[in-house]
Design a protein around this ligand. Structure first.
Ligand SMILES: [Zn+2]
Length: 364
């Protein structure tokens, strides 16, 4: 059975269960479920193979959430709690990672039209025109490079048919876990994005928000800007000085653009440990968002779980928004074993396509 059919069947089943009120009764969490989106392209399919919700599906998601959930403003998140047995609408918080330009062009107007509050986590590197985050640059390179090989991280990567290119990209992403962020960007600099990606694809899928766009958004009462480092590195492999630069440098830039102190942070690729969480606390952040928390940290609010949304179906969105998956991670008290994660992910066919390749980092 193809993954698309499995996803479709799962979504239909969950949609029926949601309409019958079954999913709502399974909710046990009192704090809001935090949903995580990334870029929202205008339409699918993505030219560079991104797994994401497109504009029309995103608008459907927002209308569904607005109708069925209380969408908590990020400023109220810390103190918001609702008894699981409450008869009112269950609560969610919306977050968007990375700071792609389509967050300003596509997401913002939909949120403002529906009066929905959200958190935008911005990496500052791509505020500057012509600079791109490494993982999106790499994805474009492995997908669209016209030649049949490239050199990165000290080795040659053969690029053949689309499936081979995808395999090569997965292998490359695995290797980036142990490479320095400077080495990754240095290697990519030999393949400038403008040399092989069409301008409309750059605009649609690769470009980051400009300083002007972030400044304008920060004035909205509905959207709060948070930090996502400068260069989107794996923070746990950063040296102490790199860590300081990534955390404090991005904060100073965003504080300046927004004209106020930024107090929320999201770990790139959900990668954190005790040392990283302490550095985030010392830098003055009040809340830090992870994905599936895997390490106990001493500071409160420094490893908030989130649930990624990658598929269009409202059934899957409903199940995630009612916390069917986040409840599992909480019950494991932050000691989730990799095989257990895979078992849960098997329920989530949107995530299966990622977990079967063991490269959840493909969607940082
Ligand atoms: Zn990210």
């Amino acid at each position: 059975m193809s993954w698309d059919i499995l996803r479709w069947g799962t979504n239909c089943g969950l949609r029926v269960a949601d309409q019958a009120g079954v999913l709502k009764r399974l909710r046990t969490q009192s704090s809001p479920i935090v949903l995580m989106y990334h870029g929202i392209p205008r339409r699918k399919p993505s030219a560079i193979g991104i797994t994401a919700v497109d504009r029309d599906a995103f608008a459907r998601h927002m209308r569904y959430l607005k109708h069925n959930f209380r969408i908590v403003h990020p400023d109220d998140f810390q103190h918001y709690s609702q008894p699981p047995s409450s008869k009112g609408k269950p609560s969610v918080v919306l977050t968007f990672d990375d700071g792609f330009a389509n967050n300003a062009r596509i997401v913002r107007p939909i949120l403002e039209e529906l009066q929905i509050a959200a958190l935008f986590f911005v990496s500052t590197r791509h505020l500057e025109p012509g600079r791109y985050l490494w993982f999106i640059h790499a994805r474009a390179l492995f997908t669209l490079w016209p030649g049949n090989r490239i050199q990165l991280l000290g080795r040659t990567w053969k690029l053949g048919l689309p499936a081979e290119r995808q395999q090569a990209l997965w292998a490359f992403m695995k290797e980036t876990r142990s490479a320095s962020i400077e080495e990754i960007y240095r290697g990519l600099s030999y393949y400038p994005v403008e040399a092989f990606v069409a301008p409309e694809v750059i605009e649609e899928e690769l470009r980051g928000m400009s300083e002007t766009e972030v400044a304008a958004i920060s004035k909205s009462h509905m959207i709060v800007i948070g930090s996502h480092t400068c260069n989107h590195p794996y923070l746990t492999v950063c040296t102490t000085s790199q860590l300081a630069e990534e955390i404090l440098g991005a904060k100073a830039t965003l504080d300046g653009i927004c004209g106020r102190a930024i107090t929320t942070f999201a770990y790139p690729a959900g990668d954190y440990d005790v040392r990283v969480a302490s550095a985030i606390t010392r830098a003055g952040f009040a809340l830090a968002f992870a994905v599936n928390p895997h390490t106990q940290v001493t500071e409160a609010g420094m490893a908030i779980p989130r649930t990624g949304i990658y598929a269009a179906g409202l059934g899957i969105l409903a199940a995630k928004s009612y916390g069917l998956f986040s409840g599992y991670y909480r019950s494991q008290q932050l000691t989730v074993k990799p095989q257990s994660v895979t078992a849960v992910a098997a329920l989530d066919t949107a995530t299966v396509t990622e977990s079967r390749s063991s490269t959840k980092e493909l969607v940082p």
